[in-house]
Write a protein that binds this ligand. Structure first.
Ligand SMILES: C[S@@+](CC[C@H](N)C(=O)[O-])C[C@H]1O[C@@H](n2cnc3c(N)ncnc32)[C@H](O)[C@@H]1O
Length: 229
């Protein structure tokens, strides 16, 4: 089965294991790919939307994988029992929604070997939540599909001491490895932060100074990493 680059990069982050749960599976491509390739033995494809789950069910039937991928309708991790999945994928949603899903059923999230997360937005907020809720980020990746660069995070239960605030913005290993997409990724972030600073500078309302300073500090951190690449 052929899947697009973003989905393939997500699947590549999953380490071979017994059971994977894909929360917000929609089309069901991730569990279908992982089971078909033999990376996982079984999959649980879950979604809160009946329509999305129907798409996954069609794919699973078409691939003859009904005995290896179970579909479940429901909100977030509530479809799982504690310890049932070795690894959980939550991809293609905003970082805040991902952290809310994890927050609702903490015991289930803490019982896995790993979480593979792919936030479409608010990756800083997601990393912050992970750091405050006993998850350690052990790996990150970037993938480009079309014009967009996507961030991928692998987290495992365990304490994470953040050595530098910039690691809430950019994965530590991406900086260390000088990931080939990092320069382009950071340059996009720098452009956005500069636009925010220019907007705040013009607004000049009360209390804006501390927000401006936060963004200026963030810009300086990004510039430092960028100049080292
Ligand atoms: C944009 S799709 C992403 C599909 C797939 N994970 C991907 O990365 O391509 C988001 C999916 O998440 C589902 N979803 C949103 N909130 C959810 C929740 N709280 N629990 C389970 N699924 C949810 C939506 O119904 C939708 O099918």
């Amino acid at each position: 089965m052929k899947i697009k680059r973003r989905l393939k990069a997500i699947a590549n982050m999953v380490e071979p294991t017994k059971v994977i749960a894909d929360i917000g599976t929609d089309h069901g491509y991730i569990p279908a790919y992982l089971v078909e390739k033999g990376i996982v033995d079984r999959g649980i494809a879950a979604d809160v939307s009946r329509g999305s789950l129907a798409k996954a069910q069609d794919l699973i039937r078409a691939m003859g994988l009904e005995d290896r991928i179970e579909t479940r309708l429901g909100d977030g991790l509530s479809v799982l029992k504690v310890g049932e999945a070795n690894s959980i994928v939550i991809a293609g949603m905003g970082g805040i929604l991902i952290s809310q899903i994890l927050e609702k059923d903490k015991q289930i999230g803490q019982a896995v070997d790993s979480l593979v997360l792919q936030p479409m937005t608010a990756s800083r907020e997601l990393r912050q939540w992970l750091s405050e809720n006993n998850y350690s980020i052990t790996k990150e990746d970037l993938v480009k599909e079309g014009k967009k660069i996507y961030e991928l995070i692998l987290a495992i239960p365990g304490n994470w001491q953040i050595e530098n605030d910039i690691h809430l913005e950019i994965g530590k290993n991406l900086i260390k490895e000088k990931h080939p997409l990092l320069k382009e990724h950071i340059s996009g972030k720098i452009t956005k932060i500069r636009a925010i600073i220019a907007g705040l500078d013009q607004a000049r309302q009360d209390g804006i100074e501390s927000r401006l300073n936060d963004y200026r500090e963030r810009l300086a951190q990004y510039m430092e990493v960028y100049n080292d690449l």
